[in-house]
Design a protein around this ligand. Structure first.
Ligand code: ZN
Length: 303
């Protein structure tokens, strides 16, 4: 074998190993599923009296194409659309917003070229009308538009910010972040409105949360935040790639693996529960009707 062939073989093996480690490996293995107790969530959701929510609408503020494996290890290089998604839970008192997306400048800085200003105005209006604003975690693509809201001082008292989350917001170094006057720490599962329960799920960030919603119709949803960015995370029980989770946007990988395995087993046990990933724009648009969701962009006209 020539020297050149040897060098090429070593190079190919190294590339293969790097690809496997950075984009395929879903380990470490042997991590137990972190169980989310659905009957306990239901009981907590019923602990506050009043009318339950009537629906959930999502708005996609920006999109970009990424390889599926980056956000769901081992799912290959097929391009999927990663979306910045904000959610509105319809309640009798003006709605509850979960995650607010970000502003155009931050979207551009993150590599999102396709920003929808009509969706941004819609989400700004949601925050203005809302009774509460919740966040799954304090990353810029989830809290950014809240911090940049044109009437920040009027809307900020409606935001439920835990002390851990405030630490994350302060790390973003936004002027308005320093104006947040109060925090409220929650129990591991705690109802914040009739039919709406916040669940502490540290892992993606130390103060990450999920939000469980039980509608008046009885239909149930679980908003996972970035613990499951794509449906593939809970369908396959796989976390983000090591490229993203260990290097680009570090997280507590063993904890996240425990949660995605927990979501996977929940999905098998309770097939009627709708588990909602945070960034899966393709999956959301393909399943909007089937999941009983409303899309804000449907009434904004074609983007
Ligand atoms: Zn995110």
């Amino acid at each position: 074998m020539s020297r050149l062939s040897k060098v090429l073989i070593v190079l190919l093996i190294s590339l293969g190993l790097a690809y496997y480690w950075l984009l395929v490996n879903a380990g470490p293995g042997g991590i137990a599923a972190r169980q989310i107790d659905l009957p306990a969530l239901r009981a907590e959701a019923d602990s506050l009296s009043g009318k339950r929510p009537t629906g959930i609408t999502f708005a996609v503020l920006a999109t970009r194409s990424i390889p599926s494996a980056s956000l769901a290890a081992g799912t290959g290089l097929r391009q999927v659309t990663e979306g910045i998604v904000a959610w509105q839970i319809a309640t009798p008192k003006g709605g509850i917003v979960v995650d607010t997306g970000l502003s155009p400048a931050d979207a551009e800085a993150m590599g999102y070229s396709d920003y929808d200003p009509a969706a941004m105005r819609k989400v700004d209006g949601w925050m203005g009308a809302a009774e509460q604003i919740l966040f799954t975690h304090a990353h810029i693509d989830h809290v950014g538009r809240f911090l940049d809201h044109p009437e920040f001082d009027a809307i900020s008292p409606k935001a439920l910010v835990t002390s851990g989350m405030l630490g994350g917001i302060n790390a973003l170094w936004r002027e308005n972040g320093s104006h947040i006057a109060k925090t409220r720490n929650l129990a591991p599962i705690e109802a914040v409105a009739p039919g709406v329960v916040v669940i502490q799920t540290p892992g993606h960030t130390p103060a990450s949360q999920m939000v469980y919603v039980r509608l008046a119709s009885g239909r149930e949803y679980l908003l996972t935040g970035d613990t499951a960015s794509l449906a593939a995370n809970f369908e396959n029980g796989t976390p983000r790639s090591r490229l993203v989770a260990d290097i680009l946007a570090p997280e507590d990988r063993p904890a996240v693996i425990g949660w995605v395995k927990g979501l996977q087993s929940m999905r098998q046990r309770y097939p009627a529960l709708v588990i909602l990933p945070s960034h899966d724009a393709d999956w959301l648009s393909a399943n909007t009707e089937k999941l009983g969701l409303n899309s804000a962009s449907a009434d904004q006209g074609k983007r």
